[in-house]
Design a protein around this ligand. Structure first.
Ligand code: ZN
Length: 240
């Protein structure tokens, strides 16, 4: 699946499930669990969550150093990608699993809850990945695109800060983003090792899987996901 399909589906799923997710501790009679999901989301937090979840929906593909996503922040993300590729055993291995999604979510929750600087770095990285995935930049100009990305990322991060966004929901947003990526790739012809380290690829039967980057994804799925994200944003942000 292409980067922007992953990012858009991450944003769509977060906008769809986030309000229910933060209401869950109260509904279950365990308000103490709100420490994990965060309190009621303000509109800027909902938008910030959608951006972070979109970025997190790119994370599993950091196992692919030649993918455009690895060039988001030049050598920084390229090196990160090289490391992820080496540790995870290559493209579409460990990072495309339930285990990775869970560890990414728990790791982000623990890191973000204890170290403000680490939390901010994570948020900035997720914003940068989301902007890159949506194809915002100058075609064919890697360096200029990286500069545009850094400027936009910084602008969004400062805007969120000014609007009083807190990141108590960072762990769930990152976990959900990675999971959305894994599900998305399961819908493609190559599938994913969902239960890694247990062997076996999960994919649709009878060769029904989406062919990455082909007409269906570019001409139907991408536009459809964009409409869903815009519709959900209107639904969530418009006063009742
Ligand atoms: Zn992937």
């Amino acid at each position: 699946m292409m980067g922007h399909s992953h990012a858009l589906s991450g944003a769509a799923v977060w906008l769809a499930v986030a309000p229910a997710l933060v209401a869950l501790p109260g509904a279950l009679g365990h308000p103490e669990l709100a420490a994990i999901t965060g309190p009621v989301l303000s509109p800027p937090e909902l938008v910030a969550g959608a951006v972070v979840c979109a970025g997190a929906a790119m994370l599993p593909d950091l196992d692919h150093p030649s993918a455009t996503i690895a060039q988001t922040f030049g050598p920084v993300t390229w090196l990160l990608s090289k490391g992820v590729n080496f540790v995870s055993g290559g493209h579409r291995h460990a990072t495309h699993s339930l285990l990775f999604s869970s560890l990414a979510g728990v790791g982000a929750y623990l890191l973000g809850g204890h170290y403000a600087v680490a939390r901010d770095i994570l948020v900035v990285l997720m914003i940068g990945l989301a902007i890159r995935a949506l194809g915002i930049g100058v075609p064919g100009k890697t360096l200029t695109s990286a500069v545009v990305n850094v400027a936009l990322t910084a602008g969004l991060f400062v805007t969120f800060m000014t609007l009083g966004v807190t990141y108590s929901w960072l762990g769930p947003a990152i976990g959900v983003g990675c999971l959305v990526h894994v599900i998305g790739d399961c819908l493609t012809e190559r599938g994913c090792p969902v239960l890694w380290p247990i062997k076996g690829r999960w994919l649709l039967p009878w060769d029904m899987g989406i062919k990455t980057g082909k007409a269906f994804e570019k001409q139907f799925l991408g536009p459809a996901l964009s409409i869903v994200v815009i519709a959900l944003l209107c639904l969530r942000l418009m006063p009742a």
